[in-house]
Design a protein around this ligand. Structure first.
Ligand code: KIV
Length: 296
């Protein structure tokens, strides 16, 4: 694919503003060359703002674990936690497609578990699709989920649920055989029926080779400029993370600092007695006399 390396995405969105972005819309976006925009969202107010701004896909990522729930990584995240946050996001999503991440051990334990858990995201959470980590070893599972009418987004490269196997969060596919394996993973997932692929943490040349090898849209995070779309964790984009954002993320705001400044002002106002002011209190038509004590 000969995609221009950078520059603003094409205007417009995969779906008219009055209806939901669908899986076929995303395939069409790939064909038309319109770049897909995906962001993580974990709660109602954030999802509402991202939705109004025009994001195509809201990913309820299992990065919920480290970004919202204070876990060290994504492994402890449970189905109940994911469902709770998926419901909050789908309540806000009128137009954006909501994709829920299948958390660790919700799909690795067998096909029945995977179908039941993925189905809960659609049935109880209101999501439109699920995402699962892993390459060709997930191909038969993708088919099984499709048989249960569940659209699946694949996720290859740096897959955070494999953090212990990878020995940390390391860029994948730097060696030629690993790069070829990633291309094979992508093709296997496409053949199994995945409707798109997240490519995470790989050299740009590998992201490009994978994108060229498949006909479904690729959505990159740390996978370079040649993917069909980009995704970021919203905390990295907004400056809400605990640590500096990774090299591939761009910080567009410093909301963490803004929150700290606002809260310090509030603390100061309360302590010095300037909050609440007269304008910020309710008044009653009649003055309340001193309270009577029992027996008086
Ligand atoms: O959980 C997540 O936020 C993700 C993105 C990094 C793609 O899987």
């Amino acid at each position: 694919m000969n995609r221009p390396p950078a520059g603003p995405g094409l205007p417009g969105s995969p779906a008219p503003s009055d209806r939901k972005v669908t899986v076929p819309d995303l395939r069409a976006a790939r064909t038309s060359g319109r770049r897909i925009v995906m962001l993580t969202a974990y709660d109602y107010p954030t999802a509402r703002i991202l939705e109004a701004a025009g994001v195509d896909i809201l990913l309820v990522g299992d990065s919920l674990g480290n970004n919202v729930l204070g876990y060290e990584n994504t492994l402890p995240v449970t189905m109940d936690e994911m469902l709770h946050h998926t419901r909050a996001v789908t309540r806000a999503a009128r137009r954006a497609l909501v994709v829920s991440d299948m958390p660790y051990l919700s799909f690795q334990t067998g096909r029945r578990d995977a179908i039941r858990n993925a189905g809960r995201f659609l049935k109880e959470g209101g999501a439109g699709a699920v995402k699962i980590e892993g390459g060709r070893k997930r191909a038969s599972l993708v088919q099984a989920l499709l048989d249960a009418e569940i659209p699946v987004m694949g996720h290859i490269g740096l897959t955070p649920q494999s953090v212990h196997l990878m020995g940390g969060y390391r860029v994948q596919g730097k060696k030629i055989d690993q790069a070829r394996a990633l291309v094979e993973d992508a093709v296997a997932l496409e053949e199994a029926g995945a409707f798109s692929l997240v490519l995470e943490g790989m050299p740009e040349s590998v992201g490009r080779a994978v994108t060229d090898a498949v006909g479904i849209p690729t959505i990159g995070i740390g996978a370079g400029r040649f993917c069909d779309g980009q995704v970021l964790v919203i905390h990295d984009l907004l400056g809400l993370g605990e640590t500096p954002p990774p090299k591939f993320a761009r910080r567009y705001a410093d909301i963490g600092r803004e929150i700290g400044t606002a809260v310090r002002r509030f603390i100061g106002d309360v302590r010095e007695g300037s909050f609440p002011s007269e304008a910020e209190v309710y008044t009653a038509p009649e003055a309340v006399g001193p309270a009577r004590r029992a027996g008086q």
